[in-house]
Design a protein around this ligand. Structure first.
Ligand SMILES: O=P(O)(O)OC[C@H]1O[C@H](OP(=O)(O)OP(=O)(O)O)[C@H](O)[C@@H]1O
Ligand SMILES: Nc1ncnc2[nH]cnc12
Length: 176
């Protein structure tokens, strides 16, 4: 089966979660399906290989950790955790943003990214783009080069892609 079709079957719509009016895309059924999860990781790693010369994968807490860390392992490179506020020790860089439900702040330890490092950002969902744009901005402020962003799922009725300022974006599945 085509990977996008498999993902579509294994991502569950949860209406009115976490707040009324939001249709939450729950990736849990996909995560518990070993072959499907492995195929997603392999596909995202292949995107990185095609981009070439990636030094680091960055992923955003929490679902970006689930998807991004195995992609880094598959590529044999390091993983940079971008965490929600207050979780990283020491001096951090931070960026705040709004998303479909509420607002958040993400943080990065700047010394995790050597100047000039080529970084692929990986997350499960691209929705408003707030999380991804904040993450890209932090990585670039830290001296990294955002080579691209790769997502399992894009919600195309939201303006996420347009907030990423022309950086290359790959997705496995788009839904409208
Ligand atoms: O494009 P956006 O509108 O920014 O939305 C996408 C983000 O929302 C979700 O994370 P969430 O903040 O819900 O945290 P979680 O991963 O801990 O569930 C998702 O994992 C993305 O990181
Ligand atoms: N509708 C949605 N479903 C799952 N994750 C999300 N992150 C932002 N919007 C989301």
């Amino acid at each position: 089966m085509v990977l996008s079709d498999l993902c579509a079957r294994l991502i569950r719509d949860v209406p009115d979660y976490p707040e009324p009016g939001v249709v939450f895309k729950d990736i849990t059924p996909l995560l518990v399906n070993g072959p499907a999860f492995a195929a997603v990781i392999k596909h995202l790693a292949d995107i990185a290989r095609a981009a070439g010369g990636i030094d680091l994968v960055a992923g955003m807490e929490a679902r970006g950790f689930i998807i991004g860390a195995p992609v880094a392992t598959e590529l044999g490179i390091g993983f940079v955790p971008v965490r929600k506020a207050g979780k990283l020790p020491g001096v951090t860089m931070e960026a705040s943003y709004d998303l479909e439900y509420g607002s958040a702040t993400v943080e990065l330890l700047p010394d995790t990214i050597a100047p000039g490092s080529r970084v692929l950002i990986v997350d499960d969902v691209l929705a408003t783009g707030g999380t991804a744009a904040a993450t890209a901005s932090l990585i670039e402020q830290a001296g990294g080069i955002v080579v691209g962003l790769a997502f399992l799922l894009e919600l195309t009725f939201l303006p996420g892609r347009s907030r990423l300022a022309g950086r290359p974006v790959d997705v496995i599945l788009s839904v409208d």
